[in-house]
Write a protein that binds this ligand. Structure first.
Ligand code: ZN
Length: 314
């Protein structure tokens, strides 16, 4: 696919302008496989990441159904994780894997996911330690290469530049994005009922390639000890344990220290945001918009709402 064809395939958005990054689209150089349990289902799934042609982007294959990692297939209102669904098949908790792929520059890849239960129509990406570290290491093991299209030609990688401010708001939570010459993310969380977490702020530019792997990828998800039982009663986090998340008690603080960063919960929210916003990617181009994104107490539902807004699909 030529640059022009790639550009033509991009759906127009009133607030985005696709421009060259000056780089070529990449894919993994070799296949790499990981096996682990899903956080919510508790079931074991095998994920195989394979090279894909330029222009195809990132897509999952489960039960022979191809599910592109695109906002068009994201299920609305899934607060605890991000779920993709197509033709009766769904894949839960895609955000950490997608965050690692976007942050590591894997623009195109085929992701085969398989579980033990042959009749199951729902898969879940393994949680590992609750961060994206396992995926970043898997990508390093696989290596990267320039992706060729169906004619074997390389393709320019485009990035979506934001052209005007946008915001999505829900109660006191919001995600806003402002036009900017580079990718900046500022994030705030506030847990007045859990003083050990309390208020945290994280703000950084993402212009440096190694920033994601060194400062974001290893930050783990977290949960509030007193809320865990409630979630278990709802049939969630069946695969959750002290090895899959940082656990914080309202009265006793962190139950499974040490933390990897003082502001690890806030950094993990940035990791999640990158994974969710990567659903803006199309045709092997960058998903993360070139913008200053400012998020406060947001979650997966609000993140994907922003992407729908940016895509012009709601
Ligand atoms: Zn997460």
């Amino acid at each position: 696919m030529s640059i022009a064809a790639t550009f033509k395939a991009l759906k127009p958005s009133p607030v985005l302008s696709w421009k060259s990054t000056g780089r070529l689209q990449q894919t993994v150089a070799n296949c790499v496989e990981r096996l682990g349990r899903g956080l919510h289902s508790g079931d074991t799934f095998k994920v195989k990441i394979l090279p894909a042609a330029a222009g195809l982007g990132r897509y999952f294959i489960f039960r022979s159904v191809v599910i592109p990692a695109s906002i068009n297939y994201a299920v609305k209102e899934t607060p605890l994780c991000t779920t993709l669904s197509k033709d009766g098949c769904s894949i839960r908790t895609v955000e950490h894997l997608l965050s690692a792929l976007e942050g590591s520059g894997v623009d195109n890849c085929h992701i085969q996911i398989d579980g033990d239960d042959e009749g199951d129509r729902s898969a879940e990406v393994p949680i590992f330690d609750g961060s994206a570290r396992e995926w970043v290491e898997a990508i390093k093991q696989a290596g990267l290469k320039v992706a060729g299209d169906d004619k074997g030609e390389s393709c320019d990688k485009l990035a979506p530049y934001l052209t005007e401010p946008v915001r999505v708001v829900r109660n006191d939570s919001f995600v806003a994005a402002f036009p900017c010459s580079k990718v900046n993310i500022s994030y705030g969380i506030d847990y007045p009922q859990v003083p050990t977490i309390g208020r945290q702020w994280f703000s950084s530019s993402f212009s440096d390639d190694s920033f994601y792997s060194e400062q974001i990828a290893s930050s783990r998800t977290f949960c509030i000890y007193e809320e865990v039982e409630e979630m278990r009663k709802l049939g969630l986090i069946k695969g959750g344990s002290a090895e899959t998340a940082m656990i914080c008690s309202k009265s006793r603080g962190w139950l499974n220290p040490p933390l990897r960063y003082n502001d690890e919960p806030c950094r993990h929210k940035v990791l999640d945001l990158i994974g969710d916003v990567s659903l803006l990617a199309q045709g092997g181009n960058q998903g993360l918009p070139v913008a200053h994104i400012v998020a406060y107490k947001a979650g997966h539902s609000l993140n994907t709402e922003l992407v729908r807004h940016l895509s012009g699909i709601n």
